[in-house]
Each structure stands twice: as structure tokens, then as C-alpha cells.
Design a protein around this ligand. Structure first.
Ligand SMILES: *[C@@H]1O[C@H](CO)[C@@H](O)[C@H](O)[C@H]1NC(C)=O
Ligand SMILES: *[C@@H]1O[C@H](CO)[C@@H](O)[C@H](O)[C@H]1NC(C)=O
Length: 285
């Protein structure tokens, strides 16, 4: 049987001091996750209860460094990818891209529950219980970082290296606007609409939508032309919800429910976003 992760409560500890020390030194959880290719990837997850955020970080086997930040207060999640250049193509630099999108409530355990998560066997190799498959995201805007605070106060720092490469979708603006009570026009002031590229064919009637105007980078050989790049980021393991168990209550025939662990998930995100030159998207072939 796989070792289970348990939610520990300080009160259960015999000495409070031990518990406090544990809290101060070990707010970070390191999880060994087996990915679908069979490699083991080490995930770092930490919660900041004051900020009400959770940060999950790992390095893929291709070297890409992925950081996911969930800002519960603002219903925002950010996925940042630091992608290494391909040396054999003479690219020694790395590039950073950031995707900001809506965080659906209850799709990750709270920062408070996260901060209390402990594992009995830290060297265990873990697999998620449920695969949530893949969501597609077609990004519509570039975010002007100086004004990114309207989405979350954490974006400016997190995405500082993705100045021209921080993206957001139009449909999420509508959701935030309703939930946060901020007019869509306020968000638009922090955004730059991604440029339309020239139409592929004048006769092409469906070419009116901007999405159809930009060629996909997939298979494109035109290194210096803009195109729509695809990047898939999979979060191989994360605590997606709490598990509740039933126990006997104090009186006869009564039951109580209590938290008794976590449910774990895997989820992939396929981002499609405008870039100025195919050269920034060499993996999309
Ligand atoms: C949590 O966030 C607060 C406010 O930004 C910061 O002062 C504090 O250092 C953070 N705590 C940790 C453990 O990173
Ligand atoms: C996401 O995009 C991929 C490839 O472009 C496609 O095969 C898949 O059906 C899409 N999924 C959804 C849910 O739209």
C-alpha cells in the first residue's frame, strides 16, 4: 500500500514545542512524483498562510523549471516556465513565459490545509489518484507588468523575467470581473491586445477571427515570422481536495465527519500564445 499523507494537527502532538519547531522549519513539502514517462520529478510545495498562497515548483526532465503560484484571495493562478535554450541550435539563453488564468474554487486544498500537510515517508515515490486530463488555453493579451497588480500582487515579482511574455485570456477577465467586482475595462488597462498577423488568404472567409490569422508554429519553417506557440505544462501531483471520513459520534448511533487525508490529482495545461518569432518556440514541431 502507498504511504498516505495525513493532515496533522498541532494539538495532537505531545509536546507543543516540537510541533512549533516543526512548523517554523518545515513549511515546505518535498514530494517525489513519478511522471508519465517513468521519470521521478521532485516537487516542492509551500504554503504562505499570511498571503493565502501556495507555490508548487519542479524541474522537468528536459530542464524546464516550472513554478505554479495560486493566489486564493484573487482567484488567480500563475504558471511560469523557464525554458532552457537548445545548445545545439546555438541558443545559450533561457526564456521565461508566464500564464495568468482563473483559479476555480476548490481545485486545490486551501493554503491553511497545505501548510499543515506532513508526510510520514518523505522518500516515497508518489502517483496521483486521479488524472484530470488536459485543459486548453488560448491566450488573448500580453500583461503590462507594472499594472499586473490588478490580477495579483505576486505577478510583478514572479514574472519579472517575462516582460513581453506574460499572457492572459479574455474569458477569465469576465469571470474575475464578476467575482471580484472589478470592471473589465480596469483589467484592459493592464493589457495589450496581441497583434493580429496578416491574413493567410484574402479569399479565406473564416480568417476574420484573429486566432485564424496567426499561423501555428507547429511545423512552421519561417524562423522570423510571428506564430502561435504551444506549450504543455503538466502538474504531475498536487493535493486537489480534502478527504473526509466518518467516525462514531459521542452519542449512540451518531456520526461525525472529520478530515482524514487528501485526494491527489494530476492536470495538464496546453497553452497557445502569440510569439514574435518562431525561434522562441523551437519545441513546437
Ligand atoms: C509570507 O508572506 C509574507 C507577506 O508577503 C512574508 O512577509 C513572509 O515572509 C512569507 N512567509 C514565508 C514563510 O515565506
Ligand atoms: C485541446 O487541444 C488539443 C490539441 O490542439 C485537442 O486535441 C484537444 O481535443 C483539445 N481539448 C479540448 C478539451 O478542447
Amino acid at each position: 500500500m502507498l504511504p498516505r499523507l495525513k493532515l496533522s494537527t498541532c494539538a495532537k502532538f505531545v509536546t507543543v514545542l516540537v510541533c512549533l519547531l516543526f512548523h517554523l522549519t518545515s513549511t515546505q513539502l518535498i514530494i517525489n512524483v513519478k511522471n508519465q514517462g517513468g521519470d521521478v520529478v521532485q516537487e516542492n510545495i509551500f504554503a504562505n498562510v499570511t498571503d493565502d498562497t501556495v507555490t508548487l515548483e519542479f524541474q522537468r526532465s528536459d530542464g524546464t523549471l516550472v513554478t505554479q503560484v495560486i493566489d486564493f484571495r484573487n482567484e488567480v493562478q500563475v504558471i511560469k516556465a523557464l525554458i532552457l535554450g537548445e545548445e545545439e541550435r546555438g541558443q545559450s539563453q533561457y526564456q521565461v513565459v508566464c500564464f495568468i488564468f482563473h483559479f476555480p474554487k476548490d481545485s486545490f486544498i486551501s493554503s491553511d490545509a497545505m501548510s499543515k500537510l506532513r508526510q510520514k515517508n518523505p522518500s516515497a515515490i508518489r502517483l496521483p489518484e486521479q488524472d484530470l486530463a488536459r485543459d486548453n488555453y488560448t491566450m488573448d493579451y500580453n500583461v503590462i507588468l507594472q499594472h499586473s497588480g490588478v490580477f495579483s500582487p505576486h505577478v510583478a515579482d514572479l514574472c519579472a523575467e517575462a516582460k513581453e511574455a506574460t499572457y492572459v485570456r479574455h474569458e477569465d477577465l469576465t469571470v474575475w470581473s464578476i467575482n471580484q467586482g472589478i470592471p473589465v475595462t480596469t483589467y484592459l488597462k493592464a493589457l495589450r491586445k496581441l497583434p493580429k498577423t496578416k491574413q493567410r488568404s484574402v479569399k479565406n472567409e473564416v480568417a476574420d477571427s484573429p486566432k485564424n490569422n496567426i499561423e501555428s508554429c507547429t511545423g512552421s519553417k519561417k524562423m522570423w515570422l510571428p506564430c502561435n506557440c504551444h506549450l504543455e505544462i503538466c502538474i504531475g501531483w498536487y493535493p486537489c481536495s480534502l478527504k473526509y471520513c466518518k467516525g462514531k459520534g459521542q452519542t449512540k448511533n451518531s456520526y461525525v465527519t472529520y478530515r482524514c487525508g487528501i485526494k491527489t490529482c494530476r492536470k495538464c495545461h496546453l497553452f497557445s500564445y502569440y510569439i514574435k518569432e518562431k525561434e522562441q518556440c523551437m519545441w513546437d514541431e
